[in-house]
Design a protein around this ligand. Structure first.
Ligand code: RI2
Ligand code: URA
Length: 503
C-alpha cells in the first residue's frame, strides 16, 4: 500500500508507524505487526500502532524515527508488511542453549540496529544471554558486530586511553574525576558512557546534569582533538548503536548479562579507537560481581577480548561492598563529583578509587613511572588542574563551566531516616539503596536520589540521621519511603532485624 507521511509529535521510545483503523483492516495489519516503509533508497522498519491520529491514505511516523531517518511531511512511501526476521530463529537457538555462529550473531545485531527486531524479541535475546551466556568466540563476534554496525572514530592524538566501569555499585561517579585527571596529565581520553543499566545513575546521566552528552562523531572529534577529553553518552552517537537498544531491555529487567556486558563495553572502546583500556570491576555484596575469584575470571575475559580486538587492557578490581561517596542519583552525584574536583578532596571511597584508577592510566599511558601513578593523580587533583580540565570539558560540551555544586537543583521533596538504635553500622545494602533511589524517580528524574550520612564501620547514636531520600514529586517520595521501610538498607549492630508475630 502507498501512503503519505504525516509526522506526529509523538515519542514512543520505539519505532512506531501509525495507521488508520480502516486502512489497517483493509491491509490486514494488526497492532505491533512489523512493517517496512520504502521511499526511494530509504528503508525503515517499525511496529504498527492503530490510531485515529492519522487519516486513511496517511502513515504516521513518530519523532523517534526522525532522529535517525529523514522523512518529510506528505512524502509518499510504500508500506509493506514484513515477516518475522530470520534472526528470531537464532535467538531461539540461544534460548535453547545453543552456540551462535558469527553470521548468526551479525544477523541479530543488524536486525536490532535496523529495528527489524521489536522490544519483545530484543528482551528475549537479552534474557537468553542472561540464562545461557556466551563463550569467548561468541563475545568477540558480538563485540565486532556491535561496533561495525555503527560509525568508528579516528582521533589524531595518540595514544588513546580509556576507562570503563562494569557499574553496579551505587554512587559510582568515579570516572567523572578520572577523566579530567588523566586529560590534565596530557593524555587523550575520549570517554563514552552508557546511561544507568542496573543503577540509579549511569555516568552519562550524571554528566548530563552539567553539560550536553549527545554529540555527533565529528563534534566529538573536534572536542577531543582540542582538549584531549570528552564525557559523552554512547547511545547518542551512531556508535555501537545496538548497545543502547539492548540496554533499554537490560534496564527494564535490571540485569546485565556478562557476555553482553563485555561486548557492550568493548564495542564502544573499539569504535572510539581506544588503545589502552582500564576496566573497573567493583566487587562486593549486592553488585554484579560478588567475589574476587569471579572478578579475576571476568578480568581474564576482558583482557582476552582486548587481545582479539588489538587493544591493551588492564583491569582494576575495586571495592564495591557499599556505595561510593555519599550520594546516589544524577544531580546529587553531579554535586558530589564537582565538589571533589573543586576542593581536590572528598570522601575517601571516591578519592581513593578515582586517584587509584587514574594512576593506573597514567602509568599505562607512560606519563607516570611505575608505582607513581596514584601519587601523580592525587597531585593533579589537589592542584586544581583536574578541575580546570573539567571546566574545559563542561564548556566544550555546552554547559556552564562556572557552575557551583550548590547551584545544581536536587529533588525538594525529602524524607530522612534516622537510626532506630545506637551502635556501629555493620552493612549498607547496595541493591536496596539503588532500589530506593530508583523508586524515588532516578535516573529519569535527575533530582531524585539519596544522600547518605553514614558508611560501614561508623558509630551512630539513636536518632542520628542515616540517609535522606530526595524526589521531585510527593508520589515518588512516598514510593521510595515504602521501599526503604521494607528493605531497611542500613544495618546497625544490635538492631532488631525483623519481628514476627503469630503465624
Ligand atoms: O551501574 P550500572 O547502571 O549497571 O552500569 C552502567 C554504568 O557503568 C558504566 O560506567 P562508566 O561510564 O564507566 O563510568 C557505564 O558507562 C554506565 O554509566
Ligand atoms: O557500558 C556498559 C557498562 C556496564 N555494562 C554494560 O553492559 N555496558
Amino acid at each position: 500500500m502507498k501512503a503519505k507521511v504525516r509526522i506526529l509529535d509523538v515519542y514512543s521510545g520505539r519505532y512506531s508507524v501509525f495507521i488508520n483503523e480502516k486502512e489497517a483492516m483493509r491491509a490486514k495489519l494488526h497492532p505491533d505487526d512489523l512493517v517496512k516503509l520504502e521511499a526511494g533508497k530509504k528503508t525503515v522498519y517499525g511496529s504498527v500502532v492503530i490510531s485515529g491520529l492519522v487519516k486513511e491514505g496517511e502513515i504516521g511516523i513518530s519523532r523517534d524515527v526522525l532522529q535517525l531517518h529523514s522523512f518529510s511531511e506528505g512524502e509518499v512511501v510504500t508500506v509493506i508488511p514484513s515477516s518475522t526476521p530470520e534472526s528470531v530463529r537464532y535467538i531461539k537457538k540461544k534460548m535453547n542453549g545453543g552456540k551462535l555462529r558469527k553470521v548468526e550473531i551479525e544477523t541479530i545485531i543488524k536486525d536490532i540496529v535496523d529495528r527489524k527486531l521489536r522490544d519483545i524479541e530484543i528482551s528475549s535475546f537479552v534474557t537468553s544471554l542472561e540464562i545461557n551466556g556466551l563463550d569467548m568466540d561468541e563475545i568477540a563476534a558480538l563485540t565486532i558486530a556491535m561496533a561495525e554496525t555503527g560509525d568508528m572514530l579516528d582521533i589524531d592524538r595518540k595514544p588513546i586511553m580509556d576507562v570503563h566501569s562494569i557499574g553496579g555499585v551505587p554512587g559510582n561517579k568515579t570516572n567523572i574525576l578520572v577523566v579530567p585527571i588523566v586529560a590534565a596529565a596530557g593524555l587523550t581520553i575520549p570517554k563514552t558512557s552508557s546511561r544507568a543499566i542496573t543503577s540509579a545513575a549511569g555516568t552519562a546521566d550524571v554528566v548530563e546534569v552539567f553539560a550536553d552528552v549527545s554529540f555527533s562523531l565529528d563534534e566529538i572529534k573536534r572536542i577531543v582533538e582540542k582538549i584531549g577529553a570528552c564525557m559523552v553518552w554512547g547511545g547518542a552517537l551512531n556508535l555501537a548503536p545496538a548497545d543502547d537498544i539492548t540496554i533499554k531491555s537490560e534496564r527494564a529487567l535490571s540485569i546485565d548479562p556478562t557476555g553482553l556486558m563485555l561486548a557492550s563495553i568493548m564495542s564502544k572502546k573499539y569504535a572510539m579507537g581506544s588503545q589502552y583500556v582500564l576496566i573497573d570491576i567493583p566487587t562486593g555484596k549486592g553488585v554484579k560481581v560478588e567475589s574476587v575469584d569471579q572478578a579475576r575470571a571476568l578480568a581474564r575475559d576482558f583482557i582476552e577480548l582486548g587481545k582479539r580486538l588489538g587493544q591493551y587492557v588492564e583491569v582494576a578490581i575495586t571495592y564495591g561492598g557499599q556505595p561510593i561517596g555519599h550520594t546516589v542519583g544524577p544531580a546529587l552525584e553531579a554535586r558530589e563529583a564537582l565538589q571533589a574536583l573543586m576542593a581536590g578532596t572528598g570522601p575517601g571511597s571516591l578519592i581513593e578509587k578515582a586517584t587509584g584508577l587514574a594512576g593506573v592510566l597514567l602509568e599505562m599511558g607512560g606519563v607516570a613511572p611505575s608505582g607513581m601513578g596514584k601519587k601523580m593523580a592525587r597531585e593533579i587533583l589537589e592542584s586544581g588542574k583536574a578541575y580546570q580540565k573539567m571546566r574545559e570539558i563542561i564548556e566544550e560540551q555546552g554547559g556552564n563551566p562556572d557552575i557551583k555544586p550548590e547551584e545544581i537543583p536536587v529533588g525538594d521533596k525529602t524524607y530522612t531516616f534516622t537510626a532506630p538504635t545506637s551502635g556501629y553500622i555493620t552493612a549498607i545494602d547496595n541493591k536496596a539503596i539503588t532500589g530506593i533511589a530508583r523508586a524515588a524517580g532516578a535516573p529519569e528524574d535527575k533530582g531524585a536520589g539519596i544522600e547518605l550520612y553514614v558508611k560501614v564501620g561508623e558509630k551512630v547514636k539513636e536518632g542520628d540521621p542515616l540517609f535522606t531520600i530526595h524526589a521531585e514529586s510527593e508520589a515518588r517520595l512516598d514510593q521510595a519511603i515504602v521501599f526503604a521501610r521494607r528493605t531497611e538498607p542500613i544495618r546497625i549492630e544490635g538492631m532488631v532485624l525483623q519481628r514476627i508475630g503469630n503465624i
